[in-house]
Design a protein around this ligand. Sequence first.
Ligand SMILES: NC(=O)c1ccc[n+]([C@@H]2O[C@H](COP(=O)([O-])OP(=O)(O)OC[C@H]3O[C@@H](n4cnc5c(N)ncnc54)[C@H](OP(=O)(O)O)[C@@H]3O)[C@@H](O)[C@H]2O)c1
Length: 428
Amino acid sequence: MTTPLRIGIAGLGTVGAGVVKIVQARANLIAQRGGRPITISAVSARTRDKDRGVDLSAYAWEDDPVVLARREDIDVFVELMGGSDGPAKAATEAAIAAGKDVVTANKAMLAVHGQALAEAAEAADRVIRFEAAVAGGIPVVKALTEGLAGNQITRVMGVMNGTCNYILTRMESEGLPYEKVFEEANALGYLEADPTLDVGGIDAGHKLSLLAAIAFGTRVDFPAMELEGIERISIDDIHHAADMGFRIKLLGVAQMTGRGLEQRMSPCLVPATSPLGQLEGPTNMVVLEGDAVGQIVLRGAGAGEGPTASAVMADVIDIARGTRVSTFGQPAAGLAQSRAARASAAAPYYLRMELEDKPGALAKVAAALGEAGISIDRMRQYRHAASTAPVLVVTHKTTRDALDHARAGFAATGVVVGDPVAIRIEEV
Ligand SMILES: NC(=O)c1ccc[n+]([C@@H]2O[C@H](COP(=O)([O-])OP(=O)(O)OC[C@H]3O[C@@H](n4cnc5c(N)ncnc54)[C@H](OP(=O)(O)O)[C@@H]3O)[C@@H](O)[C@H]2O)c1
């Protein structure tokens, strides 16, 4: 009989219970694929007597995940509690120090402490695997670290927060304002306890920072990411974008430029006919571009019990097989400290503004854009009943600096009311 791989699971919520279910239901299949049985030795959560819909009676219980992480009878510590610090980090560090491999779904912890944890693991000759931390069930970490290892990666893009995509697509399909759909999503339990993690782009930004580290061989640098959430997106923007053949997505883009590593997570217009433009509801999509392979599109469930547990199990099975891949696809000590690109590459922009209904107002706006060196691709004025009129402008490629210059110019025209909305148009 081959020696089983023994795991200890800390965290028995959505993902942890899902992992227990797969281990119990697919024992034979997993043993065949991993080359050895995978067994659970011990589990930990906050509340012992909670019904989790799975039979835990065969496993030892630990109240303290750090104690679980150090147990002699586990080979792999599976961290499914969450949180960038606290018990997740303490138990992960304890597991590495005790000579265990680690599998985690915790993007927040890795976005903040990934470099230090990866170095500690490699110094102890252990691995940290985190497929479930990025885009749930989509095997994008494996695709980048293994399937595309022979490529120079040129760009990584993704819609990686299902809740934001759900909110934006529901606003569009039902014609509902942001606040209403936000409340609905909250009532359905789709939002994190702190909703800004979702709608502020932080959760998706954590994921993108991990992919960027693998793609470009750089240290995880989440603080350098340009972050903007979806809170300012109005139903008007969604309708106007649709009129012009675009859809609005919370899109992450990471690319290495001559100016350094560009990482941004922000609402963007994408062509409605592109794969990203066609994405509906809570589904995630990651687009990877490599010099040899061209473009790869991965699409699937970015969250939920089954998809996330599927990704955790893939990592555990890899460890059972003896596959040892460095955390970020190359030894952590060799990862470069990236220079953060100060401003993103030039792009066309969508501008929406309210103009006073006065003769010459449009000409003043056009002049302010021209003064900032921005040329206009399309301009539309909508019918209106009030004293101001909504005007849309799609610019040719321009920079954020030029746009800021134009905004200052708008203020001086005396015809632009309020602060115009500017959304980047991403070429995909
Ligand atoms: N849910 C998803 O779809 C999804 C997708 C991708 C990644 N993730 C990541 O997966 C991880 C887990 O997410 P989840 O949705 O499964 O969370 P969850 O449902 O809230 O479960 C968290 C679990 O951790 C336990 N826990 C919390 N603090 C603990 C402590 N101090 N000691 C011991 N146990 C503790 C909780 O115990 P009690 O049950 O007793 O309260 C609970 O079982 C997070 O890092 C999350 O970001 C989740």
